[in-house]
Design a protein around this ligand. Structure first.
Ligand SMILES: CC(C)(COP(=O)(O)OP(=O)(O)OC[C@H]1O[C@@H](n2cnc3c(N)ncnc32)[C@H](O)[C@@H]1OP(=O)(O)O)[C@@H](O)C(=O)NCCC(=O)NCCS
Length: 214
């Protein structure tokens, strides 16, 4: 198993994995162009933490983990470019305009992540983790999270945050809990969607992943 930094040329495969791993999810339903623009924004962000996993060099990518330190700055950028992102999703928003409600909820969440306590290079957010359905259950997700934590720690991060659905999502919640993430907060993303926020405290801990991520 090879874990390495993501590159621009990986974006089509990353988007393809997102679409199958998160089929039916809000971001997926905003379409291919939106997803590509989103992951490009992560990759272009100077404080990104973005890793992919493949069997060997030049083999197809089987999974990825994307995030960033300094979420405050990342979400400011996202807000700044919100009309570009809306344009990327336009065709999908015209067909199903109610998705705009979710988009606004996401922006509100982005705003809450720009609160002062998040304003730090010592904080990272694990924003997206996905393994291709045909490659799940082989330890790739776990290896990607450990490599992400190790990379974050190397960059001086002390706390890693992530959010995931609270309801009908037992497997993912127990996946993160078993990796050592602690439930820190719950919030309503929309009136129907309760989210769990998890934190992993890197302070005074030594994370050692098995993969290489240089
Ligand atoms: C969640 C996800 C990333 C896990 O990746 P994976 O490669 O399948 O998981 P791993 O094989 O590394 O499993 C790691 C551990 O979690 C457990 N686990 C993983 N998926 C599980 C499931 N669906 N049910 C129960 N346990 C599960 C494994 O048994 C394993 O436990 P162990 O370390 O004690 O052996 C993957 O299922 C996925 O991409 N899901 C769709 C996208 C998603 O929900 N992403 C996370 C949202 S924030």
């Amino acid at each position: 198993m090879l874990i390495r930094e993501a590159r621009t040329s990986d974006l089509p495969q990353i988007v393809a994995i997102h679409r199958v791993a998160f089929a039916g999810f809000f971001m997926t339903e905003l379409g291919h162009r939106f997803l590509k623009a989103y992951y490009r924004q992560v990759l272009d962000f100077p404080n990104h933490l973005f890793l992919v996993c493949q069997n060997m060099l030049d083999a197809p990518i089987e999974g990825f983990v994307a995030g960033f330190t300094n979420p405050h700055e990342f979400y400011n950028l996202l807000k700044k470019h919100k009309w570009y992102f809306a344009l990327c999703a336009l065709a999908h928003l015209i067909v199903r305009p109610h998705r705009w409600t979710h988009a606004l909820a996401s922006l509100r969440r982005a705003q809450s992540l720009t609160q002062p306590h998040r304003e730090s290079l010592r904080i990272a957010e694990l924003a997206s983790l996905a393994v291709h359905p045909q490659a799940q259950g082989k330890g790739i997700g776990k290896a990607l999270v450990l490599a992400f934590l190790e990379l974050a720690q190397e960059q001086g991060v002390q706390k890693v945050y992530l959010t995931t659905d609270a309801s009908n999502n037992e497997a993912v919640n127990s996946f993160y809990q078993r990796l050592g993430f602690r439930l820190s907060h719950q919030f309503w993303h929309t009136p129907q969607r309760l989210m769990n926020e998890y934190v992993y405290d890197l302070y005074n801990k030594q994370v050692k992943s098995r993969g290489e991520h240089k």
